[in-house]
Design a protein around this ligand. Structure first.
Ligand SMILES: [Zn+2]
Length: 423
């Protein structure tokens, strides 16, 4: 038997065998046979092929179930690396992950996304290369990138992002693909946080969930039937610029008037907090202004926690406004749970209790009967984990494996299409 060649009629069963072991559903050859319904000799052949490809490995002898003890099988997560990158407005999180998404190297750096794509991507790529150089050489099999703005998912390009000057239409995907020679996927940061958050919660993978980030800006990630609902162009869930008032004095940083973000987002609260500090209405904020030279969204959140009345009023107003928007989404989408994250949501119980009260009061009884509204558990790590999960899902989905397995790796398959360099 020649294990080095994978014939077309063997691909489907090879994908099945690899993915059953990779996802932990089967750990021995007999289990693979039982779950997949494949015959013993087909299972044995596919396992040998997967071992030859470096994707599965033999382990210890497992517990006997009567006859000879079956040898354990495991997925070779160390075979290659995924790179996960999440740009915030003022920071970037980077992780080098194994194929099971265990972080091997991580870094969080301060970085201003307004520096534009060329310097931002060069900065991140040099950090990634530094991290990759810290361990024995492993090929990069995929890159996931999150950015704080709307992204056309099919092309990996930000589209008219309000707070990313210079990034409009920039081909982030092609930039990483030519730098790292591996398939790259780009998404909105909140979509990736939603993926990461619900991955960490280990909720039912076919369920409907909502993740809302209330930080400097506001955004939502919609999980529908276990998958991110991106809409036709990638704009779904971008709730920060929904019009909630026609007051002409409420100007948003996107240029419109009356956006949700301009009333309830962290930057809007900080702007009002700065006025309160200047007018002597809040000792807490006056101190913060003197210490930092400005009022930041986190100052409002911490002030509310510390009992400052001005900060508490701003946080409550934000919670009520976000709650009204969420009540609409809950009626439209009927999610099983809503997770709320971001620096304003981290103000503590006050924000979440106002959001809860508003959603339960303003949504349909059937939509809230089993609804859970919970604080984000992942915090800042959700976006990076989500970027890794996005890449793994794309690389290991059966239709993708079907195309790269005959060429032995996603990287070789990528170069067979896009270039001549391969490893
Ligand atoms: Zn706006």
């Amino acid at each position: 038997m020649h294990t080095s060649t994978v014939f077309p009629d063997q691909i489907q069963t090879l994908v099945t065998v690899i993915n059953l072991v990779r996802t932990g559903q089967a750990t021995t050859r007999p289990e693979l046979g039982q779950i997949s319904g494949l015959g013993r000799s087909v299972v044995a052949q596919r396992v040998e092929q997967a071992i030859h490809l470096g994707l599965l490995q033999n382990g210890e002898l497992g517990p006997s179930t009567g006859g000879r003890s079956p040898r354990q099988l495991s997925f070779t997560a160390d075979r290659a690396r995924f790179v996960a990158i999440e740009f915030g407005v003022l920071h970037v999180g980077i992780a080098v992950l194994d194929l099971d998404l265990n972080p091997r190297m991580q870094s969080v750096q301060e970085w201003d996304i307004a520096s534009g794509p060329d310097s931002s991507l060069e900065f991140v790529a040099s950090i990634v290369e530094g991290l990759l150089a810290e361990e024995p050489v492993r090929p990069v099999w995929g890159v996931g990138v999150g950015v704080p703005g709307p992204v056309e998912f099919s092309t990996g390009r930000p589209t008219a992002p309000p707070i990313m000057p210079g990034w409009d239409g920039f081909d982030i995907r092609r930039w990483f693909e030519s730098r790292f020679g591996a398939p790259t996927f780009v998404d909105n940061d909140v979509n990736l946080m939603a993926i990461g958050e619900f991955e960490a919660l280990e909720v039912d993978h076919a369920s409907d969930q909502l993740f809302v980030k209330v930080g400097s800006g506001i955004g939502a990630g919609v999980i529908s039937g276990g998958n991110v609902h991106r809409g036709s162009n990638g704009a779904a869930g971008d709730v920060g610029h929904i019009a909630i008032t026609d007051r002409s004095d409420i100007v948003c940083r996107c240029g419109q008037i009356g956006c949700l973000e301009a009333v309830a987002g962290g930057w809007a609260l900080a702007r009002e907090g700065a006025i309160a500090a200047a007018e002597g209405r809040s000792d807490y904020l006056a101190d913060a202004l003197e210490t930092h030279g400005e009022i930041r969204p986190t100052d409002i959140a911490q002030g509310a926690r510390a009992g400052d009345a001005v900060c508490a009023a701003l946080i409550s107003r934000s919670g009520r406004t976000v709650g009204e928007m969420l009540a609409t989404l809950v009626n439209v989408l009927n999610p099983a749970s809503v997770a709320v994250g971001g620096s304003i949501a981290e103000a503590g119980d006050l924000f979440l209790s106002v959001v809860r009260e508003t959603v339960y009061r303003r949504s349909l009884p059937l939509a809230t009967r089993d609804l859970r509204i919970v604080p984000s558990r992942m915090g800042h790590g959700a976006g990076v984990l989500g970027a890794g999960r996005l890449v793994a899902e794309r690389v290991f989905r059966p239709e993708s494996m079907t195309s790269w397995l005959p060429l032995t790796s996603p990287r070789r398959a990528f170069w067979a299409v896009y270039g001549s360099r391969a490893s």
